[in-house]
Design a protein. Structure first.
Length: 159
């Protein structure tokens, strides 16, 4: 079982057993904050930007204009997701990190593209992108009709 899955399983087992996971949870939250973005796609932490603000704005156009302000709009939701494998080189070096990924989702719920917005280190990028390309979504809808959508999400790697 890789490091990320160990964290995932430990988190679930700890919640069920009432064990304390404060240090792991705090580290995971700290790493997620390092790849947080503002509404224009700027990364919070210096040196983590992997996508320009212009590229982010262009990608956000994937969602139909006005869709998210329509009261009949429902965003895409994840159906199938698997935790990524922890990059071997990062694990061997004891590295931890996070990646913020922007995902383009088709009208059928397939991921048509996944792009990195922010990453604490390049070693985590490939695994994060591969993870999201394998996801399956329930498509977004406007008035009950499927439509494409765009979403951002974090992948946090904690040993």
């Amino acid at each position: 079982m890789d490091g990320f899955r160990v964290l995932f399983c430990l988190g679930l087992a700890s919640a069920l057993a009432g064990c304390a996971t404060t240090s792991r949870t705090a580290k995971s939250q700290e790493l997620s904050r390092s790849v947080a973005i503002d509404h224009e796609g700027r990364c919070a932490a210096p040196g983590t930007q992997r996508m320009s603000v212009a590229e982010f704005a262009e990608a956000m156009k994937w969602r139909p204009v006005g869709a998210s302000s329509d009261p009949a709009w429902r965003p895409a939701t994840v159906q199938i997701q698997e935790p990524p494998d922890y990059p071997r080189g990062a694990m061997e070096r004891g590295m931890q990190g996070a990646v913020r990924v922007l995902v383009l989702i088709s009208e059928t719920g397939e991921v048509t593209d996944a792009k990195v917005v922010c990453a604490t280190h390049d070693i985590f990028v490939k695994g994060a992108i591969e993870q999201f390309r394998g996801y399956r979504y329930t498509p977004a809808t406007v008035g009950g009709k499927p439509t494409r959508d765009v979403a951002t999400s974090d992948v946090t790697y904690v040993l």
